[in-house]
Design a protein around this ligand. Structure first.
Ligand SMILES: [Zn+2]
Length: 328
């Protein structure tokens, strides 16, 4: 049994259990130790992607990845672009700007002298919420119900129907603009709240974003860097070229204004190929020096505007982190 950051029990899925067993086995053998050393030395460096795991998990994972050494993303990108080696090096990136995560990680960045890059979606800092957080809330609390949304009847009585409904919604979120799916989300929220099926807070209360005042405070710490995750956290594939360009420039300007530091790096919302599309990397390259995805991989001659990362989560032990890097 595992626990998330709020202390809730999380059942260990079979594939996670198998991976943990393999990772632990790897640790105990000389072959495993050789693999770890080889992974650090022989292949390219890598960029870790975090979202909202605990500082304890991050510390355990980064320590387990030794002898790989933490460097700033800026340095990693400049090494990559100038053809210098990145092997034995890793960069830490953290998406979305959750207040608690930013605070805890920034303290670790300062204490351990581990450079960290935080990608902020600026509308989340302004509004206090984002569509995907509201959808996650609805998915968690939606009881069996029948509802008419956008002129269509949805029978969400069975668990299977609700699972399919939310899977469809999330798929749209990954590829479509907010206006295409938010009316459905808002409609369902109103239906559940107005009929007394769920309290309003269970839909609208989300984990708070970092405050601009804290961004400004931490921006003075040399190991902390705030970079762009766009404005609206919409899939860039859904935006017109000029809309995307405008989002990139606006987010860059707002973050630079608050931090007094250059903003040169971008993180694609959702980060999968279907959310990025064909045209975005060129538009991003007109405003930024690099952009990261959620595709798993290491930095071997990578396109600076489609950089792969290695995502790590709360349940990943140090050994699993090593295995993920080794197989990336
Ligand atoms: Zn994000």
């Amino acid at each position: 049994m595992q626990f998330d950051r709020a202390g809730y029990k999380v059942p260990m899925l079979p594939h996670v259990r198998i991976r943990n067993t393999v990772a632990n086995g790897l640790e105990m053998t000389p072959v495993g130790r050789l693999c770890r050393w080889t992974a650090s030395r022989l292949f390219g460096g890598f960029i870790l992607a975090f979202h909202r795991s605990s500082g304890r998990a991050l510390t355990e994972q980064v320590e387990a990845l030794r002898p790989s050494r933490v460097i700033a993303l800026d340095e990693m990108v400049s090494r990559l672009k100038s053809g210098r080696s990145t092997s034995g090096l890793l960069a830490i990136t953290v998406d979305d700007g959750y207040a608690a995560t930013v605070e805890e990680y920034c303290q670790i960045a300062r204490e351990r002298q581990w450079p960290m890059t935080f990608y902020l979606p600026t509308a989340y800092l302004e509004r206090g919420s984002l569509p995907f957080l509201m959808i996650a809330n609805l998915q968690r609390v939606c009881p069996p119900t029948e509802v008419r949304l956008g002129g269509r009847d949805f029978c969400l009585v069975s668990e299977k129907a609700r699972t399919e409904f939310f899977a469809g919604l999330i798929q749209r979120m990954y590829t479509a603009r907010e206006a295409d799916y938010m009316p459905l989300v808002e409609g369902l929220a109103s239906h559940l709240i107005d009929n007394g099926l769920v309290p309003e807070s269970s839909v609208y209360d989300v984990e708070p974003p970092v405050a601009w005042a804290d961004v400004e405070r931490w921006a003075r710490e040399p190991t902390v860097s705030f970079q762009s995750h766009g404005v609206s956290h919409q899939a860039v594939v859904s935006l017109q070229a000029d809309e995307l360009h405008d989002e990139l420039v606006r987010s860059k300007e707002v973050i630079e204004e608050h931090t007094n530091n250059p903003v040169a790096h971008f993180c694609y919302p959702y980060g999968g190929p279907e959310s990025i599309g064909q045209n975005a990397p060129k538009i991003v390259s007109e405003v930024f020096s690099s952009s990261v995805t959620m595709s798993r991989g290491r930095l071997r001659g990578s396109d600076p505007f489609l950089l792969p990362r290695v995502p790590l989560y709360e349940q990943d032990t140090g050994n699993v982190a090593c295995l993920k890097v080794l197989t990336a």
